[in-house]
Ligand binder design. Structure first.
Ligand code: AMP
Ligand code: MG
Length: 636
């Protein structure tokens, strides 16, 4: 359920003031409504058409009207419906600070029990048409209504199946602020009778934000000190499990053709409706006979009475002392239960001679050998790989219900970055990280939203975050997370989002930021191109798999190899060096450094085929030492 606070109006009766931002009892109206709706919905959005920064500062995505020229609240509703990621949308206006704590459940009940398209609240006498509940699939009808010039909600209602939810016992829900006088009266009332109400709301909100600012994830972590940095850093495995523990998978589902489903994640388990195979068939090319006709000693000679082909069974009868020629996959004739490979028979004219030494029922695939009717074929959360596609095809399944792909927004930060095709001035470089990220993300079956290069300013960084958070489930950025003067990523996250941790004891790759901005998960990777790859593979990829809903069954592939070169390393950080792994003719794996190990050196990365993983406490590596190696081939 997504809640949408409608704050996109023109505020005509408030003298053009942005109504949502009008103060009531010490805080903007919209804040009252957000607080009331937050516990009632999973996702909260704001529809606004101006002062977007101020609305975004609440940490919820801000949706602006997609239609040009203000067209009333329906335009805001449509804009939200068009990008909805949940099944339902519920709306409330930004000027109803006393909205009922069970607004959503009552609207939902009315919707369900009347099998309606739209549910609307009533105060017992009149409908209150900005308190709505609709399903995502209402979008086309609303779109064509607006396109045909319709503006009024009541007129649109006459075109849909409408359910009414009665709030005559909760009239405060509809108390709203239309002009300065009403504002004053309501404020007086709030401050006198329910002063504690708004105060409590505020405390709760601030309290929650403070907790989140410290740590949105389970605590109890044993941080390890990084010498010379003055900050605690997390061990990589702890960082990884904390991130994954904090991720809620996407829930949206879609049906796709089996042939389009590679790399997708099953939304529900699949049980077989058939036996596979559905008929007893031969595992070999040979001769099918009754097991009783096999000789115990010596040899038996049988008449060949026909042939059973795969897909063209033998439809005659097979008697004692008889057999049929049979092909792999062909159905066994009724009276037969055994197949003797053609290589194991001799011919005596038109008859076949079978020696002793065979067993009854050999070389036969029984019905349901692969999978039985009603049996679980694949569990929910299974990542569909080629084998799973084949298995589903063998069950006759042509379409699968899969989870929607996570949307991942990426941007690079840095004043020095130029896009390909632009001239480089002194001190400028091409933005390579977005290409690396695109490449790694494309292999994960996520939808990538590329937001380009963002300059190192506070404003541009916030705008990029806001845009990313309204479009995507996760945001991955590079650069701007160190403590340089122009590093605004962490600052933006601290001010407007929630930050988890931002130092991991790994090299390259420290620091990295993890947190949330609005509803989106955020991964702030370092700027150096190799650090981006290492941190992506070690932290972001497993998190995105979890976000996609996949039960990731693959343990990381590690190989022990003899290191041929000396590797420089200081204790204190887990280090990923780039190497070339080879398997000698003696079957022994060896690895050597692929060259300059600077965090910005992509060449040694592109010439490598593995990471050499050197543990935290490890010092210098002497040639001949055994090391752990992670082949790139296993990294997707
Ligand atoms: P930062 O983390 O922003 O301080 O960046 C660290 C280093 O990575 C600097 O040398 C940057 O110029 C470089 N860098 C940052 N972003 C990119 C990018 N998108 N492509 C290539 N290099 C980058
Ligand atoms: Mg930078």
């Amino acid at each position: 359920m997504t809640g949408l606070v409608l704050a996109g109006g023109l505020g005509r009766r408030m003298g053009g003031e942005d109504k949502g931002l009008v103060e009531l009892a010490g805080r903007p109206l919209v804040e009252h409504v957000l607080d009331a709706l937050r516990p009632q919905v999973g996702t909260l959005w704001i529809n606004a058409n101006r002062n977007l920064d101020r609305y975004a500062a609440y940490g919820h995505p801000v949706v602006s009207d997609t239609l040009q020229g203000y067209m009333g609240p329906l335009a805001g509703v449509l804009s939200a419906l068009q990008r909805l990621q949940t099944e339902f949308l519920v709306t409330a206006p930004c000027d109803a600070p006393l909205v009922a704590p069970d607004l959503v459940s009552r609207l939902y009940d009315a919707y369900i029990s009347n099998d309606a398209d739209v549910a609307v609240a009533t105060d017992g006498r009149r409908q209150q048409p900005v308190f709505l509940l609709l399903r995502a699939d209402a979008a086309p009808a609303l779109e064509s209504y607006l396109a045909s010039g319709g503006r009024k909600i009541d007129t649109w209602f006459s075109q849909v199946r409408l359910a009414e939810a009665d709030f005559s016992d909760a009239p405060d829900t509809f108390v709203n602020v239309n002009d300065p006088d009403e504002r004053q009266r309501l404020e007086a009332r709030l401050l006198s009778t329910a002063g504690s109400r708004s105060a409590a709301g505020r405390d709760q909100r601030t309290g929650a934000r403070m907790t989140n600012a410290h740590d949105p994830l389970p605590a109890g972590v044993d941080p390890c000190d990084v010498p010379g940095h003055g900050h605690k850093a997390l061990r990589l495995d702890e960082a990884r499990s904390r991130i994954i523990a904090g991720i809620t998978p996407v829930t949206g589902q879609e049906t796709v053709a089996l042939s389009e489903s590679l790399g997708r994640v099953l939304a529900a388990e699949v049980r077989s409706t058939v036996d596979v195979p559905s008929h007893r068939n031969s595992a070999m090319d040979g001769y099918a006979l009754a097991g009783g006709d096999l000789p115990q000693t010596g040899a038996a000679t049988l008449d060949v009475v026909g042939t059973s082909w795969a897909g063209r069974p033998f439809d005659g009868a097979v008697g004692r002392g008889q057999c049929v020629r049979i092909m792999t996959g062909a159905t066994l004739p009724e009276a037969t239960d055994t197949v003797v490979m053609q290589e194991h028979v001799r011919f005596d004219g038109a008859r076949v001679v079978i020696e002793a030494g065979h067993h009854a029922r050999q070389n036969v695939r029984p019905v349901g050998e692969d999978i039985r009717r009603g049996e679980l074929a694949l569990g929910a959360g299974t990542l569909l790989r080629p084998a799973q596609l084949g298995l589903l095809a063998s069950l006759g399944v042509g379409e699968v219900v899969v989870l929607r792909r996570p949307r991942v927004a990426i941007f690079s930060t840095g004043d020095e970055l130029r896009s390909i095709g632009e001239e480089l001035a002194l001190g400028q470089i091409y933005d390579s990280n977005r290409y690396t990220l695109q490449g790694m993300l494309n292999r994960l079956q996520v939808e990538v939203v590329d937001l380009g290069v963002v300059p190192d300013t506070r404003e541009a960084t916030l705008r990029a975050f806001q845009s990313a958070a309204t479009q995507a489930d996760a945001i991955v950025t590079s650069g701007g997370v160190s403590v340089g003067e122009a590093d605004y990523v962490t600052e933006t996250l601290e001010r407007h989002g929630q930050i988890g941790f931002w130092k991991v004891a790994m090299k390259p790759g420290k620091p990295i930021a993890f947190g949330r901005f609005g509803q989106a998960y955020f991964f702030g990777l370092p700027g150096n191109p190799v650090s981006v790859m290492v941190t992506f593979y070690q932290l972001v990829q497993p998190a995105l798999r979890a976000l996609a809903g996949a039960h990731d069954p693959d343990p990381p592939i590690l190989v022990r190899a003899r290191c041929e070169t000396r590797l420089r390393k200081k204790p204190g950080r887990l280090e990923f060096q780039r190497g070339v792994l080879e398997r000698g003719t003696d079957g022994i794996y060896t690895v050597r450094s692929s060259g300059h190990q600077g965090a910005g050196v992509l060449r040694s990365m592109s010439e490598a085929n593995c990471f050499i993983i050197l543990p935290l406490e490890q010092g210098e590596v002497e040639p001949g030492t055994e090391v752990d190696v992670q082949p790139f081939a296993g990294l997707v």
